[in-house]
Design a protein around this ligand. Structure first.
Ligand SMILES: C[S@@+](CC[C@H](N)C(=O)[O-])C[C@H]1O[C@@H](n2cnc3c(N)ncnc32)[C@H](O)[C@@H]1O
Length: 257
């Protein structure tokens, strides 16, 4: 099956799972917090933000609540429908500038220099060919204003334990489909960004040191105090240079060079 159909079919089948993912475990709650706090820090209220690979739009919803004007794009029509259904009665729904099924590689329909920020938290690790990732980043470069910011998520090869930390392609079994994943270390991610006209400003591990904690230990973090200590520890260690990439996912903030 062509890659776009595989991704669309998998995420169409897993809309609910994907929506619930970010509050399923203390670690996923921390993931949401670690990303949202950086979006808060870098994206001023009322900005125009395009979320490419928005899924059911947890982050888009947060940005709408901060009075941003938000466009959502995804290959999964059902994910986008879940977002528009949720937003239907929201007082912020007038700030949705578009909601459209499209591939990150094919964004000619989005105006040049129209976004203050782009979220690209999915496509870069599902697009396994260099050509497709480069096309996607060329679209982002064109759509972003010169002082705009790009927020991306990469997957690391570290958890695969293949003995090396070179960029690799793996597959995850999601909703009955073998979904391809591109994995690379932060150094490779920086090069990819640089080769596509972006300068990397900041990289943060998402799971970081929690990658070494047994699932049962993490799932015992249930009280507000324990959750706050856990988040503080992850945050404190998330940008230590020697640990970057020792994680499942890492978050990259870039600007046009
Ligand atoms: C793991 S979900 C992440 C959703 C959300 N961005 C988040 O961080 O929670 C990845 C999303 O990227 C979308 N996606 C993957 N490749 C894409 C592409 N080439 N174009 C548009 N969307 C894509 C998938 O359909 C899926 O909804």
């Amino acid at each position: 099956m062509p890659y776009r159909q595989t991704i669309a079919a998998a995420y169409d089948a897993g809309v609910e799972e994907e929506y619930n993912r970010l509050n399923e475990t203390p670690l996923r709650e921390a993931e949401y917090q670690l990303i949202v706090e950086l979006l808060d820090e870098y994206i001023p209220k009322s900005s125009v933000v395009i979320d490419i690979g928005s899924g059911p739009g947890r982050y888009a919803e947060n940005l709408l609540q901060r009075n941003c004007r938000v466009g959502v794009i995804d290959l999964s029509a059902r994910s986008l429908k879940a977002f528009s259904d949720r937003m239907e009665d929201s007082c912020n729904s007038d700030n949705i500038i578009f909601n459209r099924v499209s591939c990150a590689t094919q964004l000619d329909w989005v105006d040049d220099c129209s976004a203050d920020a782009i979220l690209l938290m999915g496509p870069l690790y599902h697009l396994v060919s260099d050509e497709h990732r480069n096309l996607t980043l060329a679209n982002c470069r064109r759509i972003l204003k010169p002082d705009g910011l790009l927020f991306t998520v990469f997957l690391s090869p570290f958890p695969i334990g293949n003995g090396g930390l070179e960029a690799i392609i793996t597959h995850t079994h999601f909703q009955g489909m073998d979904v391809p994943q591109f994995r690379c270390m932060p150094g490779d991610a920086k090069k990819i960004m640089k080769n596509n006209g972006f300068e990397t400003l900041r990289i943060r591990n998402i799971e970081g040191i929690a990658s070494f904690m047994p699932t049962e230990t993490i799932n015992e973090i249930t009280t507000p105090n324990k959750k706050s200590d856990f988040l503080n520890t992850l945050r404190k260690t998330s940008e230590e240079r020697e640990r970057l990439g020792i994680t499942h996912q890492f978050f990259v903030i870039s600007k046009p060079a």
